[in-house]
Design a protein around this ligand. Structure first.
Ligand code: SF4
Ligand code: SF4
Length: 367
């Protein structure tokens, strides 16, 4: 792993192309906030001219690992991956920044980042889904939709129930997927993963459906490969093509789809969310100036560690949507939705920001 860091640090051509799409650099404006600046820091550390001081460690934790710079780097450096390696090393050396202690402790002790009681996790579920049953499909709600943005989870269950799709939900038996721990470089997320995987196996699950892009990334890349993982927009798109799901009421609005980094660059899903939005009669779907692989991050991955910065970054995305004349920003991740709402508030912009599943129930074609 050290070899990879050394190779990347000395491969970096210091061209600065990575600065263009870096959400942190665009907001902060300091060289040390860009991949190039951090590469320079890394080189100094590798040459023994600098130690991993609190400030140096913090500058790596300030990277959203959004992978925008990977798209632009002519030498092919995946800086987000370098940061992941560094974070694991910081954990081994006991250098996790103290502002992340509460988040880490909550996930380890309570199985969710909010420190909420496990009994509350399934409270959003309608009665008939409260007890998990054997099924090929399982909806894994994740922490955000289970505790905070429950309308997302309720909408998904309502839609699937209405079309008589057979599925199950773990409810209070579900644990955090481990994504917040992975993001900080902690490996103990493996215990949470094992707990979830055991439940999937007990219930005979073949496909896990997720609505959070962070869960999607973790379940896709870090869980055993004996389950298919689908983002709910992929499932809905598939059901639309099979004629089992459709929309009939009109939504006469200009909607911009926000490509979150975890669902987009990290998992390669760009078209399914757009297909769903386009299928709602009346929707005028538009794109950000930089979209799909080039999309600019909303700062969501920094919401727990650097909330002010995250909201500032999100306010730029809200302003850009406003300038495009969008009336709704549609997301496919609760973290993006919540952070963009904070950003719009900060920018004093009145804008409807909704996760795609939340938008859908009132437009559903009946029977
Ligand atoms: S991964 Fe994203 S936040 Fe980190 S340096 Fe690259 S562009 Fe900036
Ligand atoms: S784009 Fe790549 S090579 Fe150029 S400065 Fe950034 S990390 Fe270095």
């Amino acid at each position: 792993m050290r070899e990879r860091l050394v190779e990347d640090a000395y491969t970096c051509a210091s061209c600065g192309f990575c600065r263009f799409g870096c959400p942190v650099y665009r907001e902060v404006g300091f060289e040390s906030a860009s991949a190039r600046g951090r590469m320079y820091l890394l080189k100094r550390v590798l040459e023994g001219k600098l130690g991993y001081t609190e400030r140096v460690v913090d500058s790596f934790y300030m990277c959203a690992q959004c992978q925008n710079c990977k798209q632009l780097c002519p030498t092919g450096i995946d800086f987000g991956e370098d940061v992941a390696i560094l974070k694991e090393m910081f954990i081994r050396e006991g250098k996790l920044p103290s502002y992340l202690f509460p988040l880490r402790d909550n996930v380890i002790e309570k199985g969710n980042p909010f420190g909420r009681d496990v009994e509350e996790r399934g409270e959003w579920l309608p009665g008939k889904y409260r007890t998990p049953k054997s099924s090929e499909y399982l909806y894994f709600a994740g922490c955000s939709a289970s505790y905070a943005s429950t309308r997302i989870a309720k909408s998904i269950v309502k839609i699937l129930d209405q079309i008589e799709f057979d599925f199950t939900v773990l409810g209070k038996e579900e644990s955090c997927c481990g994504s917040p721990l992975e993001r900080m470089g902690e490996t103990v997320g493996a215990k949470l993963m094992e707990k979830n995987v055991q439940k999937f196996r007990e219930l005979g699950v073949k496909t896990v459906i997720v609505s959070c892009a962070g869960c999607l990334k973790t379940l896709t890349h870090s869980y055993p490969k004996d389950f298919k993982v689908l983002h709910v927009t992929q499932l809905f798109d598939q059901l639309m093509r099979e004629g089992r799901l459709g929309f009939e009421k009109e939504l006469d609005k200009k909607v911009v789809y926000f490509d979150g980094c975890d669902i987009g660059r990290h998992c390669g899903i760009y078209e399914e969310p757009r297909n769903i939005l386009r299928s709602i009669p009346g929707v005028k779907l538009i794109d950000y100036e930089y979209s799909r692989e080039e999309a600019l991050c909303c700062g969501g991955p920094l919401a727990s560690s650097h909330p002010e910065l995250a909201h500032k970054i999100a306010s730029s995305r809200a302003k850009e949507a406003k300038e495009l004349g969008a009336e709704i920003i549609a997301t496919a991740c609760p973290t993006c939705m919540v952070n963009l709402k904070e950003g719009a508030k900060l920018a004093q912009i009145e804008m409807e920001i909704q996760d795609i599943p939340m938008l859908l129930p009132k437009f559903l074609k009946r029977g």
